[in-house]
Design a protein around this ligand. Structure first.
Ligand code: GLN
Length: 489
């Protein structure tokens, strides 16, 4: 049995049919992690005892015929999601001893649906980065080639899914952190509409941009997980009171009508972005052809404010971060510097030691942008640009059902290559940031490989709350391209 290849759907079926037990599956994946994670570094924390206990309970439930969508299925969680009784570090030294008293809403929902939580995955500290090199614990490597980054900030989750350490994982996406690592690791990543999924128990990076979403082996699993995690939550006032459709309906829509009648928009500004890699362009053009063959009408559209997206995002996200991260002061939770003269000295030493360099950079940018006298020129101006970006998208969606684009301008880069140059790193986010700025959903689906054998994905974005169209188009594409994305580690 190739446990590492099991999707949620396949594992669920085998468990239900009593062909495997959850204990067997969970133990096999834990063994695999033990064997290979020294090189991949996908996980920060594994609680073997707790995972096996959950697996045993799931096996009992299956015997008692109490079967839920995730019963007995091992899922990994980005270590930015609060888990009761399991250390939640956010990739930071400032939370190196933080054990939450509660489960975040999404973790609770997974457990209520029978999932086995196999471990907490590595990330860029507080989600700040595009390569997972900003973790203060370890550098996750790309399972396809360990000299390369897995992308970020949910690099641990994407690498864990690609390496077959779990059936699926959850990540978070503030500016691309689900879609970009999914693309670099050859797996599927879905960022839901802002408000679709509760953020209660997700440690905030930039509250107006953050969303939790699935990282999976295929599009079907993304729909299965989205069904479970979606919905209004009284604990998060920004979670939307909108109906949650059955997202697996997307597949019937495809089977019945292919993608006929759908229109895809290609933003003309995206193709003239500086530094776009010819191999990414080729994968993108091949994908366009597949959509054409599936009956999708392809139209050129315009997103005129594309040039301002990176600048506006890198004002708004650090501003919100500087405010959100003020709570880490050594008083309420996490690390506290012991030797200090007074309270102020304790704050200073705790924060100086507890935060890494990228987090400090963002706090400084954000504090500056929000300070009296500069607020209007920076944060105020960036917020106005954000409105223009939103308007670009709502106009674009008058002409198309989804927007097709690359996920990142280039395939995964080498570890260390961009660490000394944060600006170049920020620029690699050009295609993913807009979906967060506009609050719309986006999905990344594997679409090809570079000549070096690294996966390359394509991105689709849709209207607010229209994840069904993304899943329908993504599923149709995946079924037609039939890419073999099994990764030998
Ligand atoms: N790379 C972006 C940043 O560093 C996005 C990160 C994310 O989506 N969490 O802010």
């Amino acid at each position: 049995m190739e446990y590492q290849e099991l999707t949620i759907e396949k594992a669920g079926k085998l468990l239900c049919d009593h062909q495997i037990s959850s204990f067997e599956l969970t133990s096999a994946l834990l063994d695999r992690i033990e064997k290979y994670d020294d090189e991949i570094n996908a996980f920060i924390t594994i609680d073997k005892t707790m995972a096996l206990e959950q697996a045993r309970k799931a096996d009992q439930d299956i015997c008692d015929n109490k079967i839920l969508p995730l019963t007995g299925v091992p899922i990994a969680l980005k270590d930015l999601l609060c888990t009761k009784g399991i250390k939640t570090t956010c990739g930071s030294q400032i939370l190196n001893n933080f054990i939450p008293q509660y489960d975040g809403t999404i973790v609770k929902k997974l457990k209520e649906n029978g999932a086995v939580i196999i471990g907490k995955t590595n990330l860029d500290e507080f989600g700040m980065g595009s390569s997972t090199e900003n973790s203060s614990y370890k550098i996750t490597t790309n399972p396809w080639n360990k000299a390369y980054v897995p992308g970020g900030s949910s690099g641990g989750s994407a690498a864990a899914v690609a390496a077959g350490f779990c059936c699926a994982a959850l990540g978070t996406d503030t500016g691309g952190s689900i879609r970009q690592p999914a693309s670099h690791c050859g797996v599927v990543g879905l960022k839901p509409t802002y408000g679709r999924v509760s953020r209660f128990g997700l440690v905030s990076y930039a509250s107006s941009l953050d969303q939790i979403g699935p990282i999976t082996k295929d599009v079907k699993d993304a729909a299965i997980l989205l069904n479970i995690i979606s919905g209004n939550d009284k604990m998060d006032s920004t979670s939307a009171k909108v109906d949650v459709p059955d997202f697996t309906k997307a597949f019937d829509l495809f089977e019945k009508g292919s993608l006929k009648g759908m229109t895809a928009g290609i933003p003309k500004e995206y193709l003239s972005v500086d530094g776009i890699d010819p191999e990414v362009e080729k994968v993108f053009n091949d994908a366009k052809k597949i959509f054409c063959d599936l009956g999708v009408e392809i139209k050129e559209i315009s997103l005129p404010h594309t040039d301002y997206v990176v600048a506006a995002y890198y004002i708004i996200a650090p501003s919100e971060a500087s405010s959100n991260l003020a709570r880490f002061d050594g008083v309420k939770y996490g690390f506290r510097e012991k030797v200090c003269e007074d309270l102020i000295d304790m704050y200073k030493k705790t924060r100086s030691k507890g935060f890494g360099p990228e987090v400090k950079r963002r706090i400084m940018i954000g504090t500056y942008a929000l300070s009296a006298g500069y607020y209007d020129a920076y944060y105020g101006r960036a917020s106005k640009v954000r409105t223009l970006i939103m308007e670009d998208f709502s106009k674009a969606f008058d002409a198309c059902d989804f927007i097709l684009s690359p996920v990142a301008p280039a395939p995964a880069f080498k570890i260390g290559e961009k660490m000394d140059d944060p600006l170049t790193m920020y620029l690699t986010d050009i295609f993913t940031l807009s979906a967060n700025m506009a609050g719309i959903p986006g999905i990344s689906v594997p679409a090809g490989f570079s000549s070096a054998g690294l996966p390359i994905g394509i991105q689709m974005m849709a209207r607010r709350f229209d994840e069904l169209s993304l899943l329908r188009a993504g599923y149709g594409f995946e079924k037609t391209i039939k890419l073999d994305v099994r990764c030998e580690i």
